[in-house]
Ligand binder design. Structure first.
Ligand SMILES: N[C@@H](CCC(=O)N[C@@H](CS)C(=O)NCC(=O)O)C(=O)O
Length: 219
């Protein structure tokens, strides 16, 4: 019933795989290679499905309205939480829910877009930026975002020590840290983030969502 169009290294698709796994939902994966052939996300076959030319895209064939397509990872996470409410990705308490959303949105809307593939490609190919300058750009926006998330996580310490179930925020944070490690970024300044990520990575839902565990890995 559920099909996820994604790419093994896409951090936005990784968020959705984590959410699907946390909810124990079965899904089929369709790989969209973001680099090969100039990027399959730009090919007509995919653009017809998702005019945003980005992954992920979730297709739910089992709705009252027939088959529906949903783009944008956070829209997908919220959709899954509404249609399959147990276990919940978002906390039930409105204050906690707003705090979780605020940190997740900072990652997904403020940090990630500046370091996305098409932005980095534009810097190199259109603006002639050197690899060194491009990496400095990547690190600048990563550290700006992570420093704020690290501070924001201070209010979550109690929640972490209580071992509350991971959800919406962790689904955004773990892929972002994977991405940062790929770019060899020093993360020592973020002990709360590293602790949270380590706890998540020990869980099956996260292990099975990891890029290297995907069928299209290394293709
Ligand atoms: N805000 C979008 C971001 C999606 C996104 O940027 N996906 C990346 C992979 S992580 C992508 O498809 N990039 C293709 C490109 O940049 O051409 C979401 O959360 O789904």
């Amino acid at each position: 019933m559920l099909t996820l169009y994604g790419y093994w290294r896409s951090s936005a698709a990784y968020r959705v795989r984590i959410a699907l796994n946390l909810k124990g939902l079965a899904y089929r994966q369709v790989p969209v290679h973001l680099v090969k052939e100039g990027g399959q996300q730009h090919a007509d076959a995919y653009k017809t499905l998702n005019p945003q030319e980005l992954v992920p895209l979730l297709v739910d064939a089992g709705t009252d309205q027939g088959e529906v397509r949903i783009a944008q990872s956070l829209a997908i996470l919220e959709y899954l939480d509404e249609v399959f409410p147990v276990p919940a990705l978002l906390p039930s308490d409105p204050v906690r829910r707003a705090q979780v959303r605020a940190l997740a949105l900072h990652i997904a809307c403020d940090l990630h877009p500046l370091n996305n593939l098409r932005v980095l490609q534009y810097l190199s190919a259109e603006l002639g930026v050197s690899d060194e300058a491009k990496n400095a750009w990547y690190r600048h926006w990563l550290h700006t975002g992570l420093a704020a998330v690290e501070q924001g996580l201070a209010v979550f310490d109690e929640r972490l020590s209580l071992g509350e179930r991971p959800g919406y925020l962790e689904a955004c944070l773990v892929p972002q840290i994977y991405n940062a490690q790929r770019f060899s970024c020093d993360l020592e300044a973020y002990p709360r983030i590293l602790c949270m990520v380590a706890r998540c990575e020990a869980l099956d839902a996260f292990k099975q969502a990891a890029p290297e565990a995907q069928p299209d890995a290394q293709l």
